[in-house]
Design a protein around this ligand. Structure first.
Ligand SMILES: [Zn+2]
Ligand SMILES: [Zn+2]
Length: 101
């Protein structure tokens, strides 16, 4: 599944999208991540010039809460999620997923 909202094309692998994910969705402390949908690079700020990290490819986990990165504790952020995170300014509208797709 493609990210609904992305901030950039991935500066590392050049092919992926840096999608906004929200994690900890069943907790009191949801948090945002930017994750490349191709190479799984993770940024903890909505800024691809900030420091990134790569999770263990066999067992990718959120660097904040250690939930499985692709598990049910997180999802690609919706517009409401982006607003809740305060990250809506970072969205690159040109990269929005086609809502019809
Ligand atoms: Zn990438
Ligand atoms: Zn998390």
């Amino acid at each position: 599944m493609l990210p609904q909202f992305s901030i950039d094309q991935c500066p590392l692998c050049k092919t992926g999208l840096c999608g906004i994910r929200i994690c900890g969705i069943h907790t009191d402390t949801p948090h945002g991540l930017v994750v490349c949908d191709e190479c799984e690079a993770i940024w903890q700020q909505p800024d691809t010039t900030s420091e990134h990290l790569y999770p263990d490819s066999e067992n990718a986990r959120c660097p904040i809460c250690e939930a499985p990165l692709w598990g049910d504790a997180s999802r690609w952020a919706t517009a409401d999620d982006c607003r809740a995170l305060g990250w809506e300014q970072a969205i690159n509208e040109n990269l929005n997923a086609d809502p019809e797709a």
